[in-house]
Design a binder for this molecule. Structure first.
Ligand code: F6P
Length: 343
């Protein structure tokens, strides 16, 4: 059996753990794994590298993806789906394991439902916003990076009696901002799920200062929207193959508003891609490994059109068609718990 594996979309810590596990389980079953390079681009062009236990065993500790990634969408260019199908048969694949977010998995689902290609999905994203899985790997590493950064920023904020605004990733969902806000005792968080209330935020910062706390920490999810704004705050107008703009800049706007309204000196730090970089946490290595093993087993058992997922503590498989298309925003329960600290 020959299995292709690819990583698409924004990289995240834990991707290599999945790749390693797929290679291992396929090898143990007497099969062979080829790594398709740079997401769907590699699948279209037939670019691959041969993977086996010897060249993947120690990649578990490495961030990013050894296969490279891209936001290539085969449905964007007229001939790309045909090219992809031709490459698939030329290389003799029996299955493809696509590791990605909603965009990458959406393509896998279409290739399976429209062209009967044997696809298996594995969810990934630091944003933790995929439905049909309780957690995505990458998220744990990312919130630990944010926590570490905020712990460092706290000491300089305190020394200068400033408010520090930290902009995190989180395009459609505030999981990163909410979790890191709770973990760092932030004074306020702004997330896409809740309408931004600047009056309330500024009142809290002023009130806390009056009560003796000489600095403030505000965590802003890049995908939160300014009140009355029709759209996101973006740093570039360009749109990727899946129609996404590049977010960024909201943190500085929020910092300016705080300084103007409260007259407290305020600085902004945008954490950006730092949140996706470096070695994965133990949690993400183990979750990635478990998902990879199960994805490999689905390939061996010819159980296609499925996505592996974490449900409680168990790894399960769900139909790809059900898993894509709807993003999982922050649960109200989490928001409610966090809100207790932002009063
Ligand atoms: O992986 C998801 C994500 O981290 C979003 O939160 C963010 O908006 C986007 O990726 C940035 O991706 P890029 O690498 O294209 O700048």
């Amino acid at each position: 059996m020959k299995v292709g594996v690819l990583t698409g979309g924004g990289d995240c810590p834990g991707l290599n753990a999945v790749i390693r596990a797929v290679v291992r389980v396929v090898h143990n079953a007497g099969g062979q794994t080829l790594g398709l390079l740079e997401g769907w681009r590699g699948a279209i062009e037939g670019n691959y590298t041969a993977l086996h236990p010897e060249n993947t065993d120690d990649i578990i500790a490495r961030g990013g993806t050894i296969l490279g990634s891209s936001r290539t969408n085969p449905y964007k260019q007229p001939d790309d789906v045909d090219k992809l199908i031709a490459s698939f048969y030329r290389l003799g694949f029996d299955a493809i394991v696509a590791i990605g977010g909603d965009d990458t998995l959406g393509v896998a689902n279409k290739l399976h439902s429209e062209h009967n290609l044997p696809m298996i999905g594995c969810p990934k994203t630091i944003d933790n916003d995929l439905s049909s899985t309780d957690v995505t790997f990458g998220f744990d590493t990312s919130i630990n990076i944010v926590m570490d950064a905020v712990d460092r920023l706290r000491t300089t904020a305190e020394s200068h009696r400033r408010v520090m605004v930290i902009e995190t990733m989180g395009r459609h969902a505030g999981w990163i901002a909410c979790y890191s806000g709770v973990a760092t005792a932030a004074d306020y968080i702004l997330v896409p799920e809740v309408e931004v209330d600047f009056d309330r935020m500024c009142d809290i910062l002023v009130e806390r200062r009056k009560n003796g706390k000489q600095y403030g920490i505000v965590i802003v999810s890049e995908g939160a929207k300014l009140p009355d704004a029709a759209d996101f705050v973006t740093q570039a107008a360009e749109i990727d193959d899946f129609g996404h703009v590049r977010l960024g800049g909201l943190g500085q706007m929020v910092a300016d508003i705080i300084e103007k309204r409260t007259e407290i000196e305020t600085r902004c730090v945008t954490l950006g891609h730092l949140q996706r970089g470096g070695a994965p946490s133990a949690y993400d290595r183990v979750l990635g490994t478990r998902l990879g093993l199960h994805a490999g087993r689905l390939a061996i058992n010819k159980d296609f059109g499925k996505m592996v997922a974490l449900l409680g503590t168990k790894i399960v498989s769900v139909p790809l068609a059900e898993a894509v298309g709807t993003l999982r925003t922050l649960d109200e329960e989490f928001l409610d718990e966090a809100a207790e600290f932002f009063k």
